[in-house]
Design a protein around this ligand. Structure first.
Ligand code: FAD
Length: 466
């Protein structure tokens, strides 16, 4: 059969998993080809995920902080909001990064083929490009095809009904916005639109916002959002949505029975589904489970020895930093090096206001497993830095192995929690004991001190210090 491209390693999908794998393999001397149907490299994360959402969250934070300064003696007045300019700025951030990736691929002589790819055998991939189908023959493959938003069947198609990609397009700022699904993505977008003036209602099926996170670190966020949002409905299910000219008529069922309300737009953020069913995996003999996930071992190999898989498509947590680390491992193993995915923990962050971040098992998970643990909570109301920022709701909670005094888990809620959690991740990976952390001199006054103080609280050496 005709072959258009020959590659030692083909990477399917150019998200944080795929481009990291491609670059690492190229750096190790392999001939690499990467396939993506998107016009630009970077996958969900750079194009329609992590990066554009953070650019918009920066806008939201600036609006909120300017408003809050009124109470501290500096009034800025009402903001003038230009959605087109906000969108252009967000797009420019994305463009700078995706263009950067194109340059990095070129420098490394990684061939980029644009189009939808599907396996046609254990060593060939067919790509539907704008110029027609192309065949790639490869020795090894790395599947990094990622995931997409789940769209419940009963929800109609309408310009006012958004998935996360549509929400990031900033089509308009609705007066009444319904967020269906109170997870990280839903709450981040709610933060953006609330700052732009939308009235927010959140409907969540489970009994807390951000299901799965430690309730202690979600509580301060929930309390703040409870004041800012119109409604937060937990243990509530949307049962019907009708798109009428006057609005979206939404019926939902909760503790108080069934209600119907009208919204001007709605974001459906109820989870993401892996793309395992749309890549011709069966032609390569790669096993895909009924949900679309591909099982891998610690070397990131699928059931087919020379085919690897990484990122969202191999399972939770669906996070960019997990994808990129797995990408490095797959590239190294595929290039003949010894490597394995061996992370003890993977941090999670919600870039809400306040931010919520955690790493390692939560207290609920430790209890469920019957693990003996110790804990310490340092409230930020005792942090001079936090008060100087005009905020007092933060918490740093640490969980410890009672036998060894080593850190096993940490949850932080508060300003910059997402940056602060890295120190806890490092401490867990290094096997740090509470004394190691407490004796490490942290600069004063910083929010990072709250981590050391939480360790000192556990070690019994905390003295009051603002
Ligand atoms: P993806 O980034 O999903 O990339 C897969 C690529 O494969 C896509 O470009 C797709 O076009 C391509 N593809 C799929 N099938 C084919 C095919 N058959 N042929 C050709 N190409 C194909 N994670 C974080 O860690 N931090 C965050 O702050 C964060 N924020 C997010 C915000 C939003 C709104 C969303 C939606 C997600 C966010 N995520 C965040 C999650 C993060 O984007 C994903 O975990 C990450 O992108 C997964 O990387 P990946 O390499 O597995 O695949």
């Amino acid at each position: 059969a005709h072959v258009d491209f020959e590659a030692e390693i083909v990477v399917l999908g150019a998200g944080p998993g795929g481009y990291t794998a491609a670059f690492r393999a190229a750096d190790l001397g392999e001939k690499v080809l990467i396939v993506d149907k998107h016009a630009t490299l970077g996958g969900v994360c750079l194009n329609v995920g992590c990066i554009p959402s953070k650019a918009l969250l920066h806008v939201a934070k600036t609006i909120d902080e300017a408003a809050a300064m009124g109470a501290h003696g500096v009034a800025f007045g009402a903001p003038t909001i230009d959605l087109d300019a906000i969108r252009a700025w967000k797009d420019s951030v994305v463009k700078r990064l995706t263009t950067g990736l194109t340059g990095l691929a070129r420098q490394r002589k990684v061939t980029v083929v644009r189009g939808e790819g599907a396996f046609t055998s254990q060593n060939t991939l067919r790509v539907e490009t704008a110029e027609g189908p192309r065949t790639v023959r490869f020795a090894k493959a790395i599947i990094a095809a990622g995931s997409e938003p789940v769209a419940p069947g009963f929800i109609p198609t309408d310009k006012r009904i958004w998935d996360s990609t549509a929400a990031l397009e900033m089509r308009f700022a609705p007066e009444r916005l319904l967020i269906l699904g109170g997870g990280i993505i839903g709450l981040e977008m709610a933060t953006v639109y609330r700052a732009l003036g939308s009235k927010i209602t959140v409907i969540e099926m489970m009994d807390q916002l951000m299901p799965g996170a430690d309730p202690d670190i979600v509580a301060p966020l929930a309390k703040r959002l409870g004041k800012l949002y119109d409604k937060i409905l937990l243990k509530t299910k949307v049962t019907a949505v009708e798109a009428k000219p006057e609005g979206l008529i939404v019926s939902y069922e909760g503790a108080d029975g069934t209600k119907t309300e009208t919204f001007d737009a709605m974001l459906v953020s109820v989870g993401r589904r892996p793309n395992g069913k749309a890549i011709g995996a069966e032609a390569a003999g790669v096993k895909v489970d009924e949900r679309g996930f591909i099982a891998v071992d610690r070397e990131m190999r699928t059931n087919i020895h020379h085919i690897f898989a990484i990122g969202d498509i191999v399972g939770q947590p669906m996070l960019a930093h997990k994808a990129s680390h797995e990408g490095k491992v797959a590239a190294e193993v595929a290039s003949g090096h010894k490597s394995a995915f061996d992370a003890k923990v993977i941090p999670s962050v919600a870039y809400t206001d306040p931010e919520v971040a955690w790493v390692g098992p939560t207290e609920t998970e430790l209890k469920a497993k019957g693990v003996k643990y110790g804990k310490a909570v340092f409230p930020w109301a005792a942090s001079g830095r936090s008060l100087a920022l005009g905020r007092d709701e933060g918490l740093t909670k640490t969980l410890w192995d009672e036998a060894t005094n080593r850190l096993i888990g940490c949850g932080i809620v508060g300003t910059d929690a997402g940056d602060l959690i890295s120190e806890a991740a490092l401490a867990i990976e290094m096997g740090s004991e509470a004394e190691d952390i407490g004796l490490t001199i942290h600069p004063h006054p910083t929010l990072s001190e709250t981590f050391a103080m939480s360790a000192e609280a556990f070690a019994g050496t905390l003295t009051d210090l603002y």
